[in-house]
Design a protein around this ligand. Sequence first.
Ligand code: AMP
Ligand code: ZN
Length: 138
Amino acid sequence: MRKDDCIFCKIAAGEIPSSTLYEDEDVRVILDLGPASQGHALILPKDHYDDVCTLDEALAAKILPLAARIGQAMKKGLGCAGFNLVQNNGKAAGQTVFHFHMHVIPRYADGPDMVCWEPGSPSREELAETAAKIREAL
Ligand code: AMP
Ligand code: ZN
């Protein structure tokens, strides 16, 4: 289940060199070449999935505990104070490589703000309307 022109398929298969932190039969974890901070890692499935919507469920269940393990290793090995898990789906959400990947981004005590937004202030009615729209589509 590979896609021929997909760079992350090639990296996950070991055909393109990467700084690999971890590998097993299902995934390869590499350092991002354009890191948000020192140690920024990407969890790549070895099979191709465009995004989280098509990801195999058993694999999905494996990825979150692995991300936690990588994050803990970053705290121990790099001395970061915390970490963000980021996972983009679709161009509008910032996805640039259309092979599912989970970012594990170390956060250092004196580091910059990264994953941030201006909080909105919806009314109770707006929240209820929005929740209903999503609930009805589930
Ligand atoms: P996203 O924007 O969520 O699709 O993330 C894609 C990430 O892949 C970015 O953080 C890039 O820096 C990273 N990236 C792209 N090409 C490579 C590569 N060849 N090796 C390692 N990281 C890469
Ligand atoms: Zn791929």
